[in-house]
Design a protein around this ligand. Structure first.
Ligand SMILES: Cc1ncc(COP(=O)(O)O)c(C=O)c1O
Length: 482
């Protein structure tokens, strides 16, 4: 209810309060606002509908007079009736108790707030993990999708592992990274997130423990926790995840998997060194713990290509490798891949068939075109130049305005700068304060629940003007709270 498209028409002959009460009545009578639905406070409604509070008071009085809503001191105003339930002998279902049930956990509140705020076009998004809409290749994508009848676009269901021609193309693309993977060992998925979802559903028992870097992207989604798994964080240094405790953790907690983002880690931007990669592969092999390597940022290096993925040095089939075009070509296409031993890929493909019967054939067609024609590589070259400019621009602002209040490292690729605030101010308070000024932040607690002094900044999304103005204002807000 906090994000209504509809607004009353100020130039209509129907009074505003009447338009609002009619609109709300319709929502209640057709069951969109079920019995028990909380009506926002009058001030919020006035903001939502962009009218005076007195207009809201009259509209609500009308609904109350019709017996549709009721106000109670302490619990606010709720929907109490609809015509249907007055006539029906059985009460309508209590959707609120259903909503509280269900296997999947809800997002943590701050992520729900971020997701909601991201829909506001006026928001200055200083932490968003995607390319700015201006950097996405809309025009060329439009041309790519101008398909004539001769071409091999299938509008039918695809093979269980995804389009064979795309898998062949992905196989060739992976070879450029040093990964030998035949099309049979590749599963096309609807983004890296679905790869994680399939692993959690298909390979692990409830109660299993997943080791991961702390902080981690993994804490910002509930894929593993919702399947009854525990997450256990391992600290990082400048070279990536620390390896010395992995064997012990595996034994003590019977850890089932280790999840890592070695290249341009989300949220810290860390690039795992070559030596640490070798050490990690070795330690995990000795401890018999398989690795999930999440490489969705791997193509986004700035000056120099990163060391080869872990998967390139995995001769034992110990690594499940995840890639995606979401951070490069288009998050909206929802195309990624997972590479691993065939029995694992077969199992995950089987679950995917039970879940969605395959990723969009149109998206698979588009990604295949980009990868196989060389357009993807050309596009990456442009994006790397752009990201370098944006990163340097952002670092310059940080040097100027944040040197006394925060510390950071300069990322060698990806999108993120992990900003550590020097003072003990609450980053939640900062988040709320900034949001009121239409500046959206990604506080550290999203990636590690006890982290209260980091912000994940992103130089990929906001425009340069927004980055500059937003960061300068942010530095002032931090100083106000210190
Ligand atoms: C490390 C990591 N893995 C996976 C994803 C999800 O990617 P996709 O959009 O391809 O599902 C993200 C998105 O933020 C991410 O940062």
């Amino acid at each position: 209810m906090s994000e209504l498209e509809w607004k009353p028409q100020k130039n209509s002959s129907v009074p505003l309060h009447q338009q609002i009460s009619d609109f709300m009545k319709k929502k209640i009578l057709n069951g969109e606002w079920t019995i028990g639905t909380k009506i926002p406070p009058q001030r919020n409604l006035a903001n939502l509908f962009q009218v005076n509070r007195s207009t809201i008071v009259i509209a609500l009085e009308e609904l109350a007079a019709d017996g549709l809503i009721e106000s109670k001191v302490g619990s606010g105003t709720r929907v109490t009736n609809n015509t249907w339930s007055l006539l029906a002998s059985n009460p309508p279902p209590d959707w609120f108790s259903y909503v509280k049930s269900g296997i999947h956990k809800p997002n943590i509140t701050i992520i729900q707030e971020i997701n909601k705020a991201e829909a506001d076009p006026n928001m200055v998004r200083l932490g968003t993990g995607e390319l700015s809409p201006k950097l996405l290749p809309n025009k060329i994508m439009g041309q790519t999708l101008q398909i004539d009848g001769e071409q091999s676009l299938s509008l039918g269901y695809m093979e269980p592992k995804g389009s064979l021609s795309l898998r062949k193309t992905v196989s060739a693309y992976l070879r450029t990274k040093g990964i030998e993977a035949s099309p049979e060992s590749i599963l096309i998925v609807s983004g890296g997130l679905q790869a994680l979802q399939l692993i959690s559903l298909g390979l692990l028992n409830r109660g299993s423990t997943i080791l991961h870097e702390t902080p981690s992207y993994l804490n910002s989604v509930h894929v593993f926790q919702s399947s009854g798994m525990n997450l256990l964080g391992i600290s990082m240094d400048k070279e990536g995840i620390k390896c010395d405790s992995i064997g012990r953790m595996k034994r003590q907690h019977h850890a089932a998997l280790l999840y890592t983002i070695p290249t341009f880690h989300n949220p810290t931007g860390t690039l795992m060194s070559e030596q640490r990669r070798m050490e990690l592969i070795d330690v995990c092999q000795k401890a018999s713990i398989p690795i999930i390597e999440d490489d969705v940022y791997g193509d986004l290096w700035i000056e120099n290509p990163p060391p080869k993925p872990l998967k390139a040095n995995d001769t034992q089939g110990n690594v499940l490798y995840i890639g995606s075009v979401s951070k490069t070509l288009s998050p909206g296409l929802r195309i990624g891949w997972i590479v691993g031993p065939e029995p694992v890929i077969n199992r995950l493909a089987d679950i995917k068939m039970q879940t969605d019967y395959g990723s969009s054939s149109l998206s698979q067609y588009a990604v295949e075109k980009w990868l196989s024609s060389g357009m993807y590589e050309e596009f990456l070259t442009e994006i790397r130049t752009e990201l370098k400019y944006r990163r340097d621009f952002t670092i310059k602002i940080l040097n100027e305005y944040f040197s006394k209040i925060a510390t950071w490292s300069i990322p060698k690729g990806g999108f993120y700068i992990w900003l550590r605030l020097e003072s003990d101010i609450s980053t939640k308070k900062l988040f709320d304060l900034a949001l009121r000024e239409h500046i959206l932040l990604n506080p550290g607690m999203v990636y590690e629940k006890n982290d209260f002094n980091h912000l994940r900044l992103s130089y990929s999304f906001a425009s340069l003007e927004q980055l500059e103005e937003g960061l300068i204002r942010l530095s002032q807000l931090i100083k106000t709270l210190s």
